[in-house]
Design a protein around this ligand. Structure first.
Ligand SMILES: [Zn+2]
Length: 290
């Protein structure tokens, strides 16, 4: 299996070389073939590009969890880490858990090395395309974000890791336009981000405090809408990681994903409403690059 991941990584290595979703699909099929007792291919529906948004279901435990990568099409390092996690968990599933891994949510962006997805209604930043308590724009312009939202609802996802490059940091809600950034579960989230960053040594903390306010992001939506234990992984130090950079990101983050899912509560959070006030002060908004 490793040769598939490495051929994937090699194809990503040269900055000018195109990333190719069909290579990711082949990699998922290969992992599924090599681990027939622990894995099952699935898709969550078609993207605006007409491609099936594929994933791998790993394990048969009663707690369903999610890893989703590449809301931002240019962040191929996060796809590499999702594939590394798929390979590792397929060989050694997490006892008591079923982990759904979706390595590329933004398929046209991935194929074009572009942050944005092409849709009939124009270019979409998928990680600003979810409803949110302070979101001011029309949500779900992308078929992919709607499909993912339906999927986490239908599968009753309990914990979720959304993967991006780069910062590096592991972050928890709230991260949108408000000064009232504390959820009812601050200490739980702090314990979870610390557990997730043991090997990586990444910075940990509240999304808005460490990064910036962003409305319509998946990580906030999953907690706000359903009480999913939702963490944002901003991995590595570049949007153009080399093969060895990606291998290192896999090595230091996959144990953190495992510990996150093992340590998270086995039920969704009960008190997940946002009760604060929205605040669109310009100082909160920084350039959205991660
Ligand atoms: Zn990103």
């Amino acid at each position: 299996m490793l040769h598939i991941i490495f051929s994937l990584l090699v194809s990503m290595q040269a900055p000018a070389a195109p990333t190719n979703y069909s290579v990711v699909q082949d990699g998922l099929k290969k992992i599924a073939q090599e681990n027939p007792t622990t894995t099952e291919l699935f898709d969550i529906g078609l993207s605006d590009s007409g491609d099936p948004i594929m994933g791998l279901k790993i394990g048969n435990g009663e707690t369903p969890d999610l890893i989703v990568a590449t809301h931002h099409g240019n962040e191929y390092g996060s796809t590499g880490v999702a594939m590394g996690a798929a390979d590792a968990f397929a060989k050694n599933p997490i006892v008591g858990h079923t982990v759904y891994i979706i390595p590329v949510l933004n398929i046209s962006g991935y194929n074009n090395r572009n942050r944005y997805e092409r849709t009939p209604s124009g270019s979409v930043d998928q990680n600003r395309d979810y409803p949110g308590p302070c979101a001011t724009t029309q949500p779900f312009r992308s078929k992919a974000t709607k499909a993912l939202a339906d999927f986490i609802d239908k599968k009753n996802i309990v914990s979720s890791a959304t993967l991006h490059t780069y910062w590096p940091a592991v972050l928890y809600p709230w991260g949108f336009s408000t000064k009232d950034i504390t959820t009812s579960y601050e200490s739980t989230f702090i314990n979870l981000v610390k557990a997730s960053a043991v090997e990586s040594g990444y910075a940990v903390g509240n999304s808005k405090e460490l990064l910036y306010a962003a409305d319509g992001a998946f990580e906030d939506y999953a907690f706000w809408k359903h009480g999913v234990w939702s963490l944002l992984f901003e991995m590595g130090k570049s949007h153009n990681p080399s093969q060895s950079d990606i291998k290192r990101m896999i090595d230091v983050n996959v144990p953190g994903f495992r510990r996150f899912f093992e340590n998270a509560p086995k039920e969704r959070a009960a008190n997940h409403d946002f009760t604060g006030k929205c605040d669109y002060t310009r100082a909160l908004q920084r350039t959205h690059l991660e």
